[in-house]
Design a protein around this ligand. Structure first.
Ligand code: ZN
Length: 216
């Protein structure tokens, strides 16, 4: 079963994709990762992409499609999770063609729906222990003793520079701008399912399982 997973950065897509890979043997196809891997491995499409990127140009839809085709042929029998692709209707049509050439089709487009303000709060407050990486949060999980890691006793903590409100809101706006155009294409075919991305990891996983295991 092949699915498209949608959701803004921080909605937990990576966590859910990792779980689907572990539990169902599905394979996450993230175009960013695939490009890096293909370039590093020097595959025919990778070499083409490398030349384009070195010339300072954007990698075309045709190259991305070829890259996905290359990976789909690597026997992904248990299903693919598309992440970061498609982003336009032209790409969605290209994906349909790539899949149908292999007797496959997009079964569902699953969107992790989020409350943007709550997501900003969740992302911007997080920090980790610099020594053992234990996760903390300004509002939801402070260390029991102020400034001391509960797990290892370290007094050093770190925050990711991207976890600030401006960056997070910019990435969400980009997501909306890039994703909104493809939803109608899938909606008219009845393929879109929304799950509550603000629920706990286990609840979101259960919602996704119910969709994948439910009646087609
Ligand atoms: Zn620690």
């Amino acid at each position: 079963m092949d699915i498209v997973l949608l959701g803004p950065p921080g909605a937990g897509k990576g966590t859910q994709a990792a779980r689907l890979q572990a539990n169902r043997g599905m394979v996450q196809l993230s175009t960013g990762d695939m490009l890096r891997q293909a370039v590093a491995a020097g595959t025919p499409v990778g070499l083409q992409a490398k030349a384009v990127m070195e010339a300072g140009e954007l990698v075309s839809d045709a190259i991305v499609s070829a890259l996905i085709g290359e990976r789909l042929d690597d026997a992904i029998d248990s299903g693919a999770i598309f992440d970061g692709f498609p982003r336009t209707q032209a790409q969605a049509e290209a994906l349909d063609l790539l899949l149908s050439e292999r007797d496959r089709h997009v079964a569902y487009v699953i969107e992790l729906a989020v409350d943007e303000d709550a997501l900003v709060q969740r992302i911007c407050g997080r920090f980790t222990c610099a020594v053992c990486s234990a996760p903390y949060h300004d509002e939801f999980k402070l260390p029991k003793v102020d400034g001391v890691c509960d797990v290892c006793g370290s007094t050093e903590f770190k925050r990711r520079p991207d976890d600030n409100e401006t960056t997070v809101r910019t990435r969400m706006a980009e997501y909306r701008a890039k994703t909104a155009p493809i939803l109608p294409y899938y909606e008219q075919r009845g393929l879109v399912r929304r799950v509550d991305g603000m629920a706990s990891v286990d609840e979101v996983a259960a919602q996704i399982d119910a969709i994948l295991d439910g009646p087609a």
